[in-house]
Every structure is written in C-alpha cells, then in structure tokens.
Write a protein that binds this ligand. Structure first.
Ligand code: MF3
Ligand code: CO
Ligand code: CO
Length: 277
C-alpha cells in the first residue's frame, strides 16, 4: 500500500502547518515545472503503437539529464523509475516495462523533476494511435475537471472547494472520482501538506493562503471509483477494470487566484486531443 497520502485525515488539517513560499520560490518553481512540462510536450511525439513504456521512461531520464535535472521518483520510497506509466485501467503508479503500447491504449505519464531541491510534478494522458470515443470523452472530462478545480483556487477559500468543483462536474458527466489518492503540497518536498482531495465540500479542508504551492491531479473512472494496489506494491488499478484517466498540474496560490506552473509551453495541454481555444 502507498502511504504518502492520508486522505482520510486531510479534512482535519489546519493551515498552520502549511508552508508559504515567496516570490523567489515561485520563480524556482516556474523553472523546474516548465522543464517537466517541456518533457511532457516531447512525449507527444514519442508515444505511439509499438513503443514500450521503458522507452518512455528512458526519454524522461535523458530529457532530464539534458536539462540538468533529475527525476524525483528515482529511489523514492524504493521506486526505481524516472516516471509512472499508467495504461488503460491503471489509475496511477504504473511501472515502466518492456511491453509495447497498443493502438487504442490510453496512457498517463507522470513526471517529477527536482533541481536544487525544487520539485516540478505534472502528468498528462496520451492516446496511443486512434482511441475509442468513450476513451476520448474520459480524457476530455478529466482535463476539464482539473481546470474546474484550478478555477476554485483562491486565498480565503477552503481546499474543499477544489474537490467539490471536480466531483460535481465529474459525476454530472457520469464519471467517478478516485478517493484513494490525492493532490499534495509540493515545493521543497515532493509530497507535503496539504492533501488536496478531488471530492468533498467547500466547507472542508484548510483555508488557502497566498504562497501555498500544491498539485491538483484528479483521477476519474468510467466505472466505479474503487481501486486496489497490485502485489508489486505500486500499481493501482480500478477494481472493476474500467478505464481511468488523470492529468496533474502544479500551482501556486496568488493574491487573487493561482499561477499554474506546469502549463504546456507548446500548448499541448491535452496531447492527442484538439487544442483548447
Ligand atoms: N508523481 C506522483 C504524484 O503525482 C508520485 C509518484 S511517486 C512514485 O504525486 F514513487 F510512484 F513515483
Ligand atoms: Co503529484
Ligand atoms: Co505526479
């Protein structure tokens, strides 16, 4: 089981223990997060039928080394890879292997680079060749749910507003929200307080303050929300083996909203889907 999240106690946390970052820190986060985003842009040309997730992982490692950064996942709690590669019914923490991707697969690649102690964490979905309409719709709904969560970020508002915005939209679109994994504070640490739940109510969670930095990374399923972790200790899958998707952004709370650090420099926010207007 993965223990770095503790979703159950998240609503009880008070914001006293949540670190606030200054303008200098925001600049460092902009830099590292834009390298992560550029790697995710590059992967759009790498991912196609026949390519293995080991090759994807190698690209992530080499891109990082070329840019003077290191994957934070390498050696993290015993994890051995530069990325997580989660295909079809794999919710998150899929481990790269030598199996080729197949036409019609959907894959999430999650990359966290670290430089001088600053962490940039982001993930996107990639269609492999032509995918089914139901899969494409899941990707659209999942990315839109992330945008709605981002739109709820504002000082003075509780983090529960993020979860409420995501859950309300996702369920109206007949998708379910995974409860077992959540977003998290990020910056000097890979996983820090607060936990950012992707479900819940606006009156729950700590009050957001200018200077907080965290991720939002909703996982949406076509079927039921329940997941299980395989015996490898990492791979999380939907219990009903339904299709699942996730996108992740890293952001900082500003005076009147937030700055998203991991937006695609190439406009490839949703690789393989029509560009957002
Ligand atoms: N990047 C993931 C996240 O969004 C964490 C991956 S930890 C690993 O929080 F060890 F599985 F790589
Ligand atoms: Co994350
Ligand atoms: Co991530």
């Amino acid at each position: 089981m993965v223990h770095y999240v503790d979703a159950a106690t998240a609503p009880l946390k008070i914001d006293g223990s949540i670190r606030l970052y200054d303008a200098e820190a925001f600049e460092r986060m902009r830099e590292i997060c834009q390298i992560t985003a550029a790697c995710l842009d590059g992967l759009a040309d790498v991912i196609k039928p026949g390519v293995t997730t080991n090759a994807v992982d190698r690209y992530v490692l080499e891109f990082g080394l070329d840019h003077g950064v290191v994957p934070a996942t390498l050696g993290y709690r015993g994890y051995k890879y530069s990325s997580c590669t989660s295909i079809n019914h794999v919710v998150c923490h899929g481990m790269p292997n030598d199996k080729p991707l197949r036409e019609g697969d959907i894959i999430n690649v999650d990359v966290t680079y670290v430089k001088d102690g600053w962490h940039g964490d982001s993930s996107r979905m990639y269609p492999v060749g032509q995918i089914k309409r139901a899969a494409e719709r899941l990707l659209e709904v999942t990315y839109e749910s992330l945008l709605r969560g981002i739109a709820a970020v504002k000082p003075g508002v509780r983090t529960g507003a993020i979860g409420e915005a995501i859950q309300t939209y996702a369920e109206a679109e007949r998708c379910s929200v995974v409860r077992d994994f959540c977003g998290h504070g990020v910056g000097r640490l890979f996983h820090d307080t607060p936990n950012i739940l992707h479900y819940g109510h606006a009156d729950e969670g700590p009050v957001m303050k200018e200077g907080m930095i965290f991720t939002i990374e909703p996982m949406l399923n076509i079927g039921k929300p329940h997941v299980k972790v395989l015996s490898d200790g990492w791979t999380a899958v939907t219990r009903d083996r339904s299709l699942t998707a996730q996108y992740e952004h890293c952001l900082g709370v500003t005076k009147d909203g937030c700055e998203v650090f991991t937006y695609s420099p190439a406009g490839l926010h949703r690789p393989g889907l029509p560009p957002l207007s």
